[in-house]
Design a protein around this ligand. Sequence first.
Ligand code: CA
Length: 208
Amino acid sequence: MLKKLLLLVAGLLIATSASAFSFDSSTESWMYDSGWGTGITADPTWSSSIDHTGNGGGAITSAVALQADGSGGALNYIYATPQNLSDYSLVKAYVQVDTNPIHNVGGSGYGVGARLHIKTGSGWTTYMGDWINLETADTWHELTLSLAGVPNLSDVRAIGVHIGDGGASTWSGNLFVDDVNLVPEPSSLIMLGAGLLGLIGFAARKRK
Ligand SMILES: [Ca+2]
């Protein structure tokens, strides 16, 4: 009985930090953002050919062509269902491209990058994570966005992934996005853990 409860606690703690969007069988209502970003005007499709966890699931994907003149210089995916992220401290996502970017403007070294963002409140205010360089093809790149200090987390209107080239690179290839994860606040985890340990204590006393 105790062993089973401990397993349950471990399982619940793992489930709490599990992927919010695994894209293992569908696009899970992610779409392109018609209000921000050019270069693509179609929703991502679901692909079973690649999976971040390697468990044979799937990811979302689009064929993309970014131009060095700034046209078609960005692409944006969002999940635009209002949600409450107050209990979370971090958003993570994994991005992969299948072709190395080509630098062709003044040796600036500016390649193709990706970043996470959320939009909050009635004004859809945007908060963005750092750009992560996607220079290496066929490798998952981790994007993170800290939610510390972000106002209106109880009113998140969209979570998104944005890729761009700063108008300084030409790139065409396939983009894959997988495992958009929500990482809980440490305090929420501690409270959940304490609650579950209390349950175990109760069960253990009952057993005696
Ligand atoms: Ca997946």
